[in-house]
Design a protein around this ligand. Sequence first.
Ligand code: MG
Length: 207
Amino acid sequence: MSMRIGYGFDSHLFKAGVPLVIGGLAIEHDEGLAGHSDGDVLLHAITDALLGAVSAGDIGSFFPPNDPRWKGAASSVFLQTALEEIATAGYKIVNIDTVLIMARPKISPIAGELRERVAELLGVKPGEVGIKAKTPEGLGLDHTAVAHCTVLLESLDGPDTLGRMAASADAGSEEELNAVVEGLIGDAHDLSALGRKIKPFDTDDLT
Ligand code: MG
């Protein structure tokens, strides 16, 4: 069995006049999160962790913030794409663990509901999702929401799924086969498992 680990981080400023959506859950609050999309800081961190686990770029490379298609978009769309990427690469989620950091609103009253919603979006059991809420003591970030996520994946059906994908390709020689394998799993690949063109990273992720 093959396992992969992924890590994601995101932060968004609070902003008046927009609804607050965290983990795909609409939350009653006097401010929402600023962003090109719905600003769902938790789903963005989870999306990046999933993409990172299969070396498929990051949320900004799939959904550039200058693309009008993603203006106000529900972040569950981004998450769904990341789930397609890991499935195509031959992996499934073992568990995810997250930390949400914000001064307000308090997460504890909705923690159970939030965990169930995230599990539903990921297609896993609530017991496979960890959500821990912290306040930003000493960070000076009382008007910011921060999320961290770690994810563990395991291969769907035995080891070396990526290698078998390469082997099943029409590669006539060992050299050609190596080129296919490198294209799939090499450090310099610029295609995701689904063949989407990706950049190595995007430093201007405003999603
Ligand atoms: Mg974001």
